[in-house]
Design a protein around this ligand. Structure first.
Ligand code: ZN
Length: 468
C-alpha cells in the first residue's frame, strides 16, 4: 500500500512545479526502497514531517545534503528494543534506527509509558501491551523488568482474569500488539497463553512472543514453537516469534522451516533475529532454572559473561550473581547459524537491545550497521536491498503502519543515509557503548537527529506509534 493515492500524487506534483523549495533535499543519493524495489539515484524532497518528492531531477531545498555515493534508505524499525531511555535512543539513532519498539516484554500500564516519552524522544517509540508487566503487577512480583519470584508461579483464576483484563486494557489504550515471554513465566499454563492469543485475534493484532523453551532437549524449541503456531491456528491471531536463533540454536533451520510451513498453509507467522552469537538476559530469571546448560545446547558456566565486568563465570560466581540478578551474556549461537538465519528471506532484523549506563550487549548499539557491514559487504551473505528490506518494510508490515518503512511521497520522513563502503558496528562485548560508523545522516519525522556523522543536540522529533 502506497502512502498516497495517484490523484493526490499528481496534485502534489503540480504543487511542486510551482517551485516552492523543500525544507530538506537529500541530493543524488542511491535510494533503496524495498517496498517498491526502487534502487536508483534520486533527489528526495522533504516538507515538514513527510517525504514530498522522490525525483530523478534536482530539487530546490533550503537545506541540501549531497548524498552522492551514499545509500538513502527508509529509517530502520527495531521491533525488539528493551532500552527505551535517552541513552538508548542515542545509540539507536547512530545505528540508523528511527523507530524502536518494546514488543517482546511490552509495557503496562500503557498510557503512562507513552506519556513519559511523548515530545521528549530522539526517535519514534512504541510498545505492546505486555503479559509480563501485567503479571508482575497482579502477582506482586519483586522484579521490575522480568519476573523474579511470584509471577513465575501459576496464577489463581482471579489473578488470571486480572492479567487478561490488564492486557486487554493496554490494547484499548493503543498498544501495538500483545507482548509475551512464556519462558519467563514458565508456570503460565497453555490454556492461559491460548486465551491471550484469542484476545489478540479479537483485536486483529499480533502476539510477539519469546516462546516457552529453547534448545534441543524436550521440552525445547520444537514443541515450544508448535505451541504458539497451534495457538495462532486455533485463534486466528498473528504471531511473531522473537530472536529465533537464540531459541533454536542448531535447530534454527528446522524452526524456520516450521514457520515457512505454517505460512504456506495460510497462517500469519513472522520471525526476527539479531546478528550475534550470544544472547543476554537476567541471570536471576527462570531461564537459569536447573537444567539451563542442556537447554542452551550444552553450554557451560564459562559461556556466560557478566555484563557489568565482562568476566566469564564459574559455578561459584554464577551462584553469587544469580542471587542478586543482573544481565549476563549467553554465548550459545554458532556463527554458521547466524549466517543461515540472516540469509533466510523470512527473518527480520531486530536488536533485543538494552544499555544501562553504557553496560549491556553490543546489539543495542551495533545490530544494524553490523548486518550492513559484516554480513552484506564483507561476507556477501545477503544483498544490500534484502538487508534493508529486513530492517524497514518487513517490520512496518508486521506492525501495520503504512506510512513507515518506505521512501515514497506522503510517507513519514524517517530516513537513514549510510555509506555502504564504510558502515560497520564498533560495539563489542567488552565495550558495548560504541556508536556505529558510516551512518552520516538520520532523519526522524523530517528532523535531523544525526548530521555529518554526529548526534544533533536539542532535538526531540520522535513520536509514539500506536495501534491504528
Ligand atoms: Zn527474549
Amino acid at each position: 500500500m502506497r502512502c498516497l493515492t495517484p490523484l493526490l500524487l499528481s496534485l502534489l506534483a503540480a504543487a511542486a512545479a510551482q517551485a516552492q523549495p523543500y525544507d530538506i533535499v537529500l541530493a543524488h543519493g542511491r535510494v533503496l526502497d524495498p517496498a517498491t524495489g526502487l534502487d536508483a539515484v534520486r533527489y528526495v524532497g522533504i516538507r515538514g514531517t513527510q517525504i514530498a518528492a522522490v525525483s530523478e531531477t534536482p530539487l530546490q531545498g533550503r537545506t541540501v545534503v549531497d548524498a552522492t555515493g551514499l545509500v538513502v534508505a527508509p529509517g530502520f524499525i527495531d521491533l525488539h528494543q528493551h532500552g527505551q531511555t535517552p541513552e538508548n535512543y542515542r545509540f539507536k539513532a547512530r545505528d540508523g534506527v528511527t523507530t524502536a519498539l518494546e514488543m517482546e516484554v511490552g509495557v503496562s500500564p500503557v498510557p503512562e509509558w507513552y506519556r513519559a516519552r511523548e515530545g521528549k524522544s530522539l526517535i519514534n517509540f512504541g510498545a505492546s501491551s505486555g503479559e509480563i508487566p501485567a503479571r508482575i503487577a497482579v502477582m506482586h512480583d519483586s522484579g521490575t523488568f522480568l519476573p523474579r519470584d511470584a509471577a513465575e508461579h501459576a496464577a489463581t483464576p482471579e489473578q488470571r482474569r486480572a492479567i487478561y483484563s490488564l492486557v486487554r486494557r493496554g490494547l484499548d489504550e493503543g498498544a501495538l500488539g500483545i507482548g509475551m515471554g512464556i519462558a519467563y513465566v514458565p508456570a503460565a499454563s497453555r490454556a492461559e497463553i491460548l486465551e491471550l492469543f484469542g484476545l489478540a485475534a479479537q483485536y486483529k493484532t499480533a502476539v510477539y512472543v519469546h516462546i516457552r523453551d529453547g534448545g534441543p532437549v524436550e521440552p525445547g524449541v520444537v514443541d515450544a514453537l508448535q505451541e504458539v503456531i497451534s495457538d495462532a491456528a486455533i485463534t486466528g491471531a498473528s504471531l511473531h516469534v522473537v530472536h529465533i536463533t537464540s531459541m533454536a540454536l542448531r535447530q534454527t533451520g528446522l524452526c524456520l522451516d516450521m514457520i515457512r510451513g505454517a505460512r504456506r498453509h495460510g497462517l500469519d507467522v513472522t520471525t526476527e533475529m539479531y546478528p550475534y552469537t550470544a544472547g543476554m538476559t537476567d541471570i536471576g530469571s527462570a531461564i537459569f532454572n536447573p537444567g539451563w546448560q542442556a537447554k542452551q545446547g550444552g553450554i557451560t558456566y564459562h559461556d556466560l559473561q557478566w555484563a557489568l565486568t565482562g568476566e566469564r563465570l564459574t559455578a561459584e560466581s554464577f551462584a553469587r550473581y544469580r542471587k542478586i540478578g543482573g544481565m549476563v551474556a549467553v554465548h550459545s549461537i554458532p556463527e554458521d547459524i547466524v549466517r543461515l538465519a540472516i540469509a533466510d528471506p523470512m527473518t527480520m532484523i531486530a536488536s533485543d537491545g538494552i544499555l544501562q549506563n553504557g553496560k549491556g550487549h553490543p546489539r543495542a548499539a551495533g545490530t544494524y550497521a553490523r548486518v550492513l557491514g559484516r554480513y552484506v559487504r564483507e561476507q556477501h551473505v545477503l544483498s544490500l536491498m534484502e538487508a534493508v528490506r529486513k530492517m524497514t518494510i518487513m517490520p512496518a508490515e508486521r506492525l501495520g503502519v503504512p506510512r513507515k518503512g518506505r521512501i515514497e511521497v506522503g510517507c513519514d520522513a524517517d530516513i537513514t543515509v549510510f555509506d555502504p563502503a564504510r558502515v560497520i558496528d564498533r560495539a563489542t562485548f567488552a565495550n558495548p557503548a560504541q556508536y556505529s560508523q558510516g551512518i552520516p545522516y538520520v532523519l526522524v519525522n523530517g528532523t535531523f537527529v544525526v548530521r555529518n556523522g554526529e548526534l544533533v543536540s536539542g532535538v526531540e522529533p520522535g513520536k509514539g506509534l500506536r495501534r491504528p
